[in-house]
Design a protein around this ligand. Structure first.
Ligand code: VGL
Ligand code: ZN
Length: 190
């Protein structure tokens, strides 16, 4: 059992309407993690940080602009809102990423061109040493965030039953374990 302490942060990645079933970039089962995260949020984390993918219209990641993904999480739209059923009383910080037309940001720490979002210095300032990660999509933004968290010096855990992926879960697990990131279940935290 892992005992959650004030030096621990919970990072909730992109639990937004567009990534839920019915959304424009739906992650299968994405809605199933919300109740798990709502329980995790009551544990005594020193910080609970939620991210939002927050794109301008005609963002470079959209198919219509030569990118990979259908239009999603356009800033200010209903699809970009945090999931309605996600409790927000325990969220202390909201970080928006992917805000510039010409760059994408899968990771909450650095954009895809390597520029910092400021998250690591923010967490350093809060005295955070361990990071626990939940959210969507396991094989895209969760994995990118976990790898950067570990690289930046945080002891990093992915809470597997609090994540869902778009592609192969097995491949994501390999990428995480290759760099020494721990994979845990939500009932292993107290
Ligand atoms: C994501 C694809 C495009 C994610 C964001 O949150 O995993 N995936 N933008
Ligand atoms: Zn995106």
């Amino acid at each position: 059992m892992i005992t959650v302490k004030p030096q621990d942060a919970l990072l909730i990645i992109d639990v937004q309407n567009d990534f839920l079933p019915g959304g424009s970039l739906a992650v299968p089962g994405g809605d199933e993690i919300i109740s798990v995260i709502n329980r995790l949020g009551r544990l005594p984390f020193g910080a609970v940080i939620a991210t939002q993918d927050w794109h301008p219209v005609e963002h470079m990641s959209f198919v219509g602009s030569g990118g990979l993904w259908p239009e999603h999480c356009v800033a200010g739209t209903q699809g970009a809102e945090l999931a309605t059923l996600l409790s927000d009383e325990f969220i202390s910080i909201i970080l928006r990423k992917g805000r510039y037309k010409e760059s994408d940001s899968y990771s909450a720490f650095f954009d895809n061109a390597g520029r910092t979002t400021g998250l690591s210095s923010l967490m350093d300032g809060l005295g955070i040493a361990r990071v626990f990660i939940a959210g969507l999509a396991l094989d895209v933004c969760v994995t990118a965030t976990a790898k950067d968290a570990q690289k930046t010096g945080f002891d990093t855990f992915v809470i597997m039953d609090a994540c869902r992926g778009i592609g192969s879960v097995h491949e994501a697990e390999t990428r995480l374990s290759d760099v020494g990131i721990a994979m845990v279940q939500s009932d292993g935290l107290a």
